[in-house]
Design a protein around this ligand. Structure first.
Ligand code: NAD
Length: 384
């Protein structure tokens, strides 16, 4: 395992507890020195757990399996030998050019964002869920911290404060966790999503569902699509430009009434949809807060949010572009992620040797293959 190269990334793919588990199972684990520093995991804890702590080049020379959180930089990818396994959140639903090139060179690329999440066997491997859940929790904390009033109702001798009104746009894993956390902080919470199933998920958390006229039409269309087999693993589809414009207009009427808005809407492999326009932000009350989890290099859910930045607009709204909130809780997110990758290793290692079976429903889904070609390897030593 190498240290993560992305600027500001504090997570790490393995934690000492999982090193012990791998070592006990007979594997050799090599870790780049300092890799766990951002997650409060000193080298000494990795050594005590049974890892060898070495330089990055020694990791690359030794590893048959390279564990990563994010896609490693080009120089690391170039150094991977034929037959090596690369496992991480590699972004195979986005730009696959680099991953395809690796697969063509005979590197076995396993991208965790391709996991078939509805399989019960895959639950322990679901890094998208473990990380999104942390992001959602943190988003509510970040919103509460940036909001200069109370989230809960407060009755004090100095007066009564009404509870904050919080709206969460996108009620998937992150959104539902944000809703639950904002509720626990005492806010009055609303959730919104284009997936019809989300309505019940939001209300079951004690929050209210924000209805817009577009919802009923989308629900009917999605019911038709799933009947025709077009829905993909429960994910939302990208809206058409007309639907998106209508959604923005319908949301604009309601968003201005909220003190804090948390946006989490994603379309796998696509650009995040713009849900809140700059004009809508300008219509919000001075002092309100917007946290955009979808913000990134290709935009976000909120016009004007900048990834990694906190901006105060001219009209006094705090816009927070928060693409990597799990990185802000690196200890918790690394621990969860490490459990996920070790669970995946359980599916690709058999009797101490690599055994990638492309016909296995999990391995076959994770494997990045070129032109439908399948990988088939066995009898290689499994190191990290
Ligand atoms: P995601 O991160 O891809 O997207 C977040 C949310 O944004 C989703 O709920 C999506 O419907 C919503 N969204 C997308 N476009 C939108 C738009 N224009 N307006 C409003 N909302 C929009 O989603 P996710 O959290 O990874 O979850 C995706 C699906 O997978 C969900 O149905 C979730 O319940 C399901 N899931 C199932 C399992 C399981 O079965 N074990 C595990 C994890 C997730």
């Amino acid at each position: 395992m190498l240290a993560e190269a992305d600027l500001g990334e504090r997570r790490v793919a393995l934690v000492p507890e999982m090193v012990t588990r791998l070592v006990d199972a007979g594997h050799r684990v090599v870790v780049q020195w300092g890799a766990g520093a951002g997650a409060h995991l000193p080298d000494g804890e990795f050594v005590a757990a049974g890892a060898e702590v070495v330089s990055s080049s020694d990791v690359l020379a030794a590893a048959d399996v390279l564990l990563a959180v994010n896609r490693p930089p080009a120089a690391v990818l170039a150094a991977l030998r034929e037959g090596t396994v690369l496992l991480g959140l590699l972004g195979a639903r986005g730009d696959r050019t680099e991953l395809d090139a690796l697969a063509r060179r005979g590197v076995h690329v396993l991208s965790l964002d391709l996991l078939p999440r509805t399989l019960s066997r895959a639950q322990t491997m679901d890094a998208l869920t473990s990380q999104a859940s942390i992001a959602g929790y943190r988003a509510a904390i970040v919103a509460a911290e940036a909001y200069q009033r109370y989230f809960p109702m407060m009755i004090t001798a100095a007066g009564t404060a009404r509870p904050a009104k919080v709206l969460v746009l996108g009620a998937g894993v992150a959104g539902l966790q944000a809703i639950g956390t904002a509720r626990r902080l005492g806010a009055q919470v609303f959730g919104y999503d284009v997936r019809p199933a989300a309505r019940e998920e939001v209300t079951s958390l004690g929050a209210q569902f924000l209805s817009t006229p577009l919802d009923a039409e989308l629900a009917a269309a999605q019911a038709e699509a799933s009947a025709a087999g077009a829905a993909e693993g429960g994910y939302a589809r990208a809206l058409t430009p007309e639907e998106s414009a209508r959604q923005q207009a319908e949301l604009a009427e309601q968003v201005a009434g909220f003190d804090a808005v948390i946006t989490t809407a994603q379309v796998p492999g696509g650009r995040p949809p713009v849900l809140v326009t700059a004009a809508t932000v300008a219509a919000m009350r001075r002092g309100s807060v917007v946290v955009d989890l979808a913000s990134g290099p290709s935009g976000g859910n909120v016009e004007g949010s900048v990834a990694g930045e906190r901006t105060l607009t001219e009209s006094g709204v705090t816009l927070i572009g928060a693409p990597n909130l799990p990185g802000d809780m690196a200890a918790a997110s690394s621990a969860a992620y490490a459990r996920n990758v070790v669970a995946v290793l359980g599916a690709v290692v058999s009797d101490g040797a690599l055994a990638l079976d492309p016909d296995d429903e999990v391995v076959g889904a994770l494997l990045v293959t070129v032109d439908g070609a399948t990988d088939d390897i066995a009898d290689e030593t499994a190191d990290d």
